[in-house]
Design a protein around this ligand. Structure first.
Ligand code: ADP
Ligand code: MG
Length: 678
């Protein structure tokens, strides 16, 4: 059965689904919602506050009327209940006039706004009272969309897919499902798409999260079974060029950096395989430490690879290291490997890697594709380790002969988790930031502060600085009222004087375009970059001093902290403006944590306390590990259970030869093939 066998999907629509990564009916089942709209009981008008999404029930006082506003036809109506009055408006929907008659009662659902001191709903959805009472307390799934493929079309396709699909295999042993009171896989798929209520959603989500955490734990247990210190074939000598390189740097290494460098050089020369985690907050200067490790490896005549999670970051590292090599006239060749190289370019680079012409190889996970063959790989560095999806982490050890590994991460995670995840690693911690830094000044504001923010940004630009503005979406989404990069760019180009150069950046752009924009931003040919969170990790443009985040309420705190790390990277005073469009107290409280602290560890801990387990609208954190559903903050307890279960299963049946473990064995092998645990 193919997609086009489903009702309503022809070849054209199929292409759109393909764009979302959906190629088969089964893919549809696993295309989980981003978020849900929650149809709460209608509230009295008086109790609704601006920014809140909710429902009101009321009788129309008069027929709806149509007025002309800036050339647009706007339908307006009013409802009233004992607690207050509310204005309702719709653009370009004159036909509503026939429905919205005096004396008729409806339920209106939407986001509460303010129009000249009067409560309003803009573009609310309209339900008959009966219809709504059926929907009450249900959740409607909201999917990632693309132009031409609406949420309701996706919903319909998924409903059909569920009807025509066979039962999904359950690889978790039955006794675990029973003991942990987990839903079956079939139920969990049905209910993650169309939960009956919030409780139901949580159970479904828990099951999917458990899947990920259990497989992850199984792999971890397996890995730990063979990670005693192993002898290394690469015993590196301390090269004195490294010492003079460090003395020649334009800055002095911080104590933390110097200690980390020392740890690493000791490991590399020890005769045992290095397996080290370098942890340090955003901006603490991890990159230079990894460059030193790579240079030492290369000076010893071996190859080193540095892997970054995005092409933008990989090419930034490449440019930096190339400059270091040429400034110091080192006889080393640095190459860049990313997925977007042309076939001919790839061939050429692969040849350089195989013949050992290339000494240091920088790239995305494309570095570890099968056809990249290393002559003599002695060190693998993974930057922003937590960003590599469990499924993306290719087995690095397979390349070369058990190279030394260094992983770097800024993600501060609670101690208990760290012990579980990094039990087999040694840790170097960089505390504190370079001494030339001024603490970032933060502000949490509402939308009414935008004009002022623009003025502020303009003042910084006049001083020669640059700014980022972050929006959560790439394009408009008919279900979510969120800022998107595409429209925002057009909007603010009109706000700023025409000599201010504003461009956009997002993940759907071609890699070459992204590179070009990033380079122009780095070289100060762009003043304001309107971007999605693609710049979240690692990007280093020290001249930028303002970070403005739209819909800040939509992001996890750790993610906002990472984003904020894009500024405050030089001696200039930097600023971060979080625009909170929600107006909810909870969100204010959350963002306040950010505004009052620049310390990533503190933020992670506070965030965890506030969010509590099962917080569905907590918006998935860019967690310490990029699971699809699980979040190791939120699912700390579930992870504990999963790792207990994994240990139990592997102790009782190490090779998984037991009948009950047949499907599990198959699934785990696939998982181990696809992923590399840390
Ligand atoms: P992160 O730890 O987030 O990866 P980076 O390595 O990108 O941070 O460093 C952030 C910025 O700080 C870079 O521009 C880098 O050149 C600079 N930097 C690194 N170490 C120092 C130092 N000891 N003193 C001053 N600036 C430094
Ligand atoms: Mg970095």
């Amino acid at each position: 059965m193919t997609l086009t066998d489903l009702k309503g999907i022809g070849p054209k629509t199929e292409k759109l689904f393909n764009k979302l990564g959906i190629f088969t009916v089964k893919d549809l089942l696993y295309y989980f919602p981003h978020t849900y709209l929650c149809y709460r009981k209608p509230s009295p008008i008086g109790s609704l506050t601006e920014g809140e999404t909710g429902a009101v029930k009321g009788m129309l006082e008069k027929d709806a009327s149509i007025i002309n506003l800036h050339g647009l036809r706007m339908t307006t109506a009013y409802i009233r209940d004992l607690s207050g009055k509310m204005r309702l408006t719709w653009f370009n929907a004159p036909f509503l006039k026939n429905t919205l008659r005096a004396g008729s009662a409806f339920v209106f659902f939407g986001k509460v706004g303010d129009y000249k001191g009067q409560k309003t709903l803009n573009q609310p959805k309209i339900f008959s009272v009966d219809e709504y009472s059926k929907k009450e307390d249900t959740l409607e799934p909201v999917y990632g969309q693309t132009k031409g493929l609406s949420n309701s079309l996706i919903q319909k396709a998924i409903k059909q897919a569920m009807e025509v699909s066979e039962a999904q295999k359950d690889f978790i042993p039955g006794n675990i499902l029973y003991n942990r009171e987990l839903m079956s896989m079939n139920e969990a798929i049905g209910h993650i798409h169309f939960p009956v209520n919030m409780e139901d959603y949580k159970k479904a989500r828990e099951r999917h999260a458990y899947n990920e955490l259990f497989l992850f734990s199984m792999a971890l247990v397996k890995k730990k079974q063979n990670t005693d210190e192993k002898k290394s074939g690469y015993i590196l000598k301390r090269d004195e060029r490294i010492d003079s390189f460090i003395t020649g740097l334009p800055f002095k290494l911080t104590d933390g950096q110097a200690a980390a460098v020392e740890d690493i050089r000791t490991d590399l020369s020890s005769g045992f395989i290095m397996n080290r985690l370098l942890q340090g907050d955003v901006g603490s200067g991890k990159t230079i430490v990894s460059f030193i490790a790579a240079l030492e490896t290369a000076f010893n005549g071996h190859q080193a690879a540095i892997m970054a999670p995005t092409e933008i970051l990989a090419s930034q590292h490449y440019e930096k290291l190339k400059k270091i090599v040429s400034d110091n006239a080192y006889d080393l060749k640095i190459v860049l490997v990313t997925g977007s190289l042309k076939a001919s370019e790839k061939k050429a680079v692969y040849k350089e890697i195989e013949s050992h012409e290339a000494d240091i190889i920088i790239g995305t996970h494309a570095l570890f594709q099968d056809n990249v063959i290393y002559d003599d790989l002695a060190l693998v560095v993974t930057d922003e380790q937590h960003r590599f999806g469990v499924n993306q982490r290719k087995t690095l050890g397979e390349k070369g002969h058990s190279p030394h590994t260094l992983v770097m991460s800024a993600t501060p995670i609670p101690r208990t988790l760290a012990m579980l995840l990094y039990a087999d690693m040694k840790v170097s911690l960089i505390k504190g930031l370079p001494s030339n830094r001024l603490p970032i000044k933060n502000a949490v504001v509402n939308e009414s502060y935008r004009e002022k923010s623009y003025k502020f940004i303009y003042d910084e630009i006049k001083k020669g600085r640059q700014a980022y503005i972050i929006c959560p979406m790439v394009e408009e989404n008919d279900m979510l009222d969120l800022e998107n990069v595409t429209d925002y760019l057009l909007k603010i180009r009109k706000v700023f004087p025409s000599d201010v150069r504003i461009e956009k950046l997002h993940g759907k752009m071609k890699p070459k375009e992204k590179d070009e924009i990033m380079n122009r931003f780095l070289h100060k040919e762009i003043d304001i970059l309107v971007s999605t969170t693609v710049v979240e990790v690692g990007v280093d443009v020290p001249n930028s001093t303002v970070m403005m985040v739209e819909n800040a309420e939509r992001f996890g705190l750790a993610q906002l902290h990472q984003l904020r790390g894009r500024v405050g990277r030089s001696g200039h005073q930097s600023y971060c403006i979080f625009v909170d469009s929600s107006n909810s107290d909870k969100s204010k409280e959350r963002l306040h944590i950010l505004a009052t602290s620049n310390d990533g560890f503190h933020i992670a801990e506070e965030d965890l306390k506030l969010r509590g387990p099962g917080d569905i609208f907590g918006i998935r954190q860019s967690g310490a590990l990029d699971f699809t559903i699980a979040d190791i903050y939120q699912d700390k307890e579930l992870l504990r259970k999963a790792s207990e279960d994994a240990l139990y299963v592997l102790r009782s049946d190490p090779e998984l030869n037991n009948e009950d473990h047949h499907d599990l064995k198959e699934r785990l092998n696939r998982y181990l093939e696809e992923s590399c645990i840390l």
